[in-house]
Design a protein around this ligand. Structure first.
Ligand code: HEM
Ligand code: CU
Length: 664
């Protein structure tokens, strides 16, 4: 152990002078930070940002912050992707433009960012914004814990970003397999950044899982039986259950790896009594459920979108619920398909191969139900609907390549090839990201009170889907041609044309990302024109469309009474959607607190200190977290009261808007 004041942090090897590309990345990262801080300062908005957003315990605000984090990290993760595509397009018999070590950092940070800091915050953000409203609640069960989760996630993302400026990131891939991630082969700080970024954000995710489970079980409006919940609430429940069972496994795995690295323990070194296969088993006990944590919420979003824009009740509601829960359960039974080559017997491999294929059954049920919902529906081609349609077609292709990989003998040939890279992008881009983007365009007006430009949304969709096919279909072929994943240079001339095509596909996706940015900018510019005063721009079917857009801090002045699956649709049919109560009551809401931000800040410094072995600082920050949590728990007054008169004023405004639009 290092006992110097700054641990192993010395300016000489901390700064990224090993490659000009890395220096460029560091500068861009710093400029990005400066731009954000500078803009808020110049506009004089720090007070507003702090009191209205950073310290807010309102689930909708927390959700929006999560989504902003996800979109920023999507751009960062995509920059990594396009750099890799550019490198592989030119690296035939040459070193390309990226030093090997740097290329390795890029695929590691790309995978890590996309999974942990793009997809996870995106889905957590959407759940936060939508689920409490869909179940007719005023907030999540534990609003303060919600804020802690957000800031722990942000702290983890911060650690990945800072690794580009001070030190380096891991070169061991997003999975961090030993022995390469062990001290012997990877003595620098890269793997430690990876470990602590995951550790800090992973605890936030576990807390989120607890929060959503309790929220859904305890906070439903009167009459909202479990079997009347919108599908998105069901998939949230399933995802949250997976979060609380799977993430602790990851926490333990990376903690053991940290012990190996810091204290020379031997959990995962094959010498001295350890076994690296323990790591791989533990990692995928988290890792396989993780892909369903990413995909199930998207399934819920597609269910909402498809039934809304087909103007029909969801076909086979019950079968969708059972299929969701079956997928959640089965996801824990297949982890071994990630290492068929471990050397287990044929019987073990056959079991896990078949278990994997069984998941195709409930998934097929879902696809069937969505198609039947579309059948004879009055279809509106809103961009969200396009994402859903693009998903159905593309996801089925990815599913079939997955069944192929589930055959142990086939997997022996393909598992480390670009075929695998094509397969999992084929699942995760349509199966997760398209769903989040569909949800983003669907619920944006709910969060902000105006709709997003449909024209730019459609352009974004077409660029993404076309770009996806051009970028990833060649990788299937390259896999058959024997190209391994994670190659920074190669000598096989026949691969190059396909890699160039794949790079062009990434450029088309870049156009898609650009469209997303333009969409946001023009929609904000035209917001008065796109204003939605009813709170229900798509003739929605579920309760979130009953609230105003943006909703009052308390969502519902009077908790709604639920009598049907599509609660709002049912109310509209009976003319009972917007009935004024005789009188309003005082409403208690959680009071803002800076404690969540403080805990996130401490966690960031804890991670940084642990990476650099600055042990006194690590101890101090842990103490800081404990004291902050203790101080917060001693506070008696954690709620504010919105008096009935103020509720009435807010509701009057909403009813005036509804009247103006002819909705009441
Ligand atoms: C947006 C377009 C995307 C492009 C162009 C892209 C491209 C790439 C490339 C070139 C690689 C390295 C392939 C190799 O090993 O040779 C890669 C790896 C990977 N990508 Fe993506 N990607 C994209 C989106 C995503 C998304 C949305 C996710 C997850 C939600 C994701 C997750 C991963 C993971 C986990 C790896 C493996 C990293 C590793 O090898 O450790 N990617 N991607
Ligand atoms: Cu798996």
């Amino acid at each position: 152990m290092d006992m110097r004041i700054l641990g192993r942090l010395t300016a000489a090897d901390a700064l990224p002078f090993y490659s000009w590309v890395a220096v460029g990345g560091a500068i861009v990262t710093l400029l990005g930070l400066l731009t954000i801080v500078g803009t808020i300062t110049v506009l004089g908005k720090w007070r507003y940002v702090w009191t209205e957003w950073m310290t807010s315990l309102d689930h909708k605000r927390i959700g929006i912050l999560y989504v902003i984090l996800a979109l920023v990290m999507l751009v960062r993760g995509f920059v990594d992707a396009i750099m890799m595509r550019a490198q592989q397009a030119v690296a035939l018999n040459s070193n390309g433009y990226l030093p090997a070590q740097h290329f390795d950092q890029i695929f590691s940070s790309h995978g890590t960012i996309m999974i942990f800091f793009m997809a996870m915050p995106f889905l957590t953000g959407l759940i936060n914004i939508v689920v409490p409203q869909q179940i007719g609640a005023r907030d999540v069960a534990f609003p303060f814990m919600n804020s802690v989760s957000l800031w722990l996630t942000a702290a983890g993302a911060g650690l990945v970003l800072i690794s580009l400026v001070v030190g380096r990131f891991s070169t061991a891939g997003w999975t961090g397999y030993p022995p390469y991630s062990g001290l012997q082969y990877n003595p620098g700080v890269g793997v430690d950044y990876w470990i602590w970024a995951i550790q800090v954000s992973g605890i936030g995710t576990t807390l989120s899982g607890i929060n959503f489970i309790v929220t859904i079980l305890k906070r439903r409006a009167p009459g909202m039986k479990l079997m009347r919940m919108p599908l998105f609430c069901w998939t949230t429940l399933a995802t949250s259950i997976l979060m609380i069972f799977a993430f602790p496994a990851l926490t333990v795995t990376t903690a053991l790896l940290a012990l190996d690295r810091i204290f020379g323990m031997h959990f995962f070194t094959n010498a001295d009594g350890g076994n690296l296969m323990n790591y791989i088993n533990l990692f995928w006990i988290w890792g396989h459920p993780e892909v369903y944590i990413l995909i199930l919420p998207a399934f819920g979003i597609y269910s909402s979108v498809v039934s809304t824009f087909a103007a029909k009740r969801l076909f086979g509601y019950k079968s969708l619920v059972y299929a969701t829960m079956a997928i959640a359960l089965l996801s824990f039974t297949v982890w071994l398909h990630h290492f068929f080559t471990m050397g287990a017997g044929a019987g073990v491999n056959a079991f896990f191969g078949i278990a994997t294929m069984v998941i195709a059954v409930p998934t097929g049920v879902k696809v069937f139900d969505w198609l039947m919902t579309l059948f004879r529906g009055r279809i509106t081609f809103h961009p969200s609907m396009l994402w859903a349609l693009g998903f159905i077609v593309t996801f089925v292709i990815g599913g079939m390549t997955g069944v192929l990989l589930a055959l142990p003998p086939a997997d022996y040939l393909m598992h480390n090839s670009t075929f695998l890279v094509a397969h999992f992008h084929n699942m995760l881009i349509p199966g997760a990201l398209f769903g989040y983007l569909a949800g983003y365009m669907f619920w944006f007006p709910k969060a902000f009170g105006f709709t997003l430009s449909e024209r730019w949304g459609k352009r974004a969709f077409w660029c993404w889907i076309i770009g996806f096919y051009i970028a990833f279909m060649p990788l299937y072929v390259l896999g058959f041609m024997g190209m391994a994943r994670r190659m920074e240079r190669y000598e096989v001339a026949a691969w190059q044309p396909l890699l160039v095509i794949a790079a062009l596909g990434a450029v088309v996706i870049l156009a898609g990302i650009t469209c997303l940015v333009i969409q946001l900018v023009v929609s904000i510019r035209d917001r008065e024109h796109n204003r939605d005063l009813t709170g229900d721009p798509w003739d929605g079917r579920t309760l979130e469309w009953l609230t105003a857009s943006p909703p009052a801090p308390y969502n519902f002045a009077i908790l709604p009474q639920v009598r049907d699956i599509d609660a709002l649709h049912d109310m509209k049919r009976h003319g009972s959607a917007h009935i004024r109560p005789k009188r309003y009551h005082d409403i208690l809401l959680p009071q803002n607190t800076g404690a969540g931000v403080l805990i996130g800040g401490f966690a960031f410094y804890f991670g940084f200190a642990a990476v650099w072995h600055i042990w006194w600082a690590a101890a101090a920050t842990l103490l800081g977290i404990l004291l902050t949590a203790a101080a917060r728990s001693f506070r008696d007054k954690t709620e504010i009261c919105i008096p009935a008169s103020e509720v009435q004023q807010i509701e009057n405004r909403h009813f005036r808007n509804l009247a103006r639009e002819g909705a009441v």
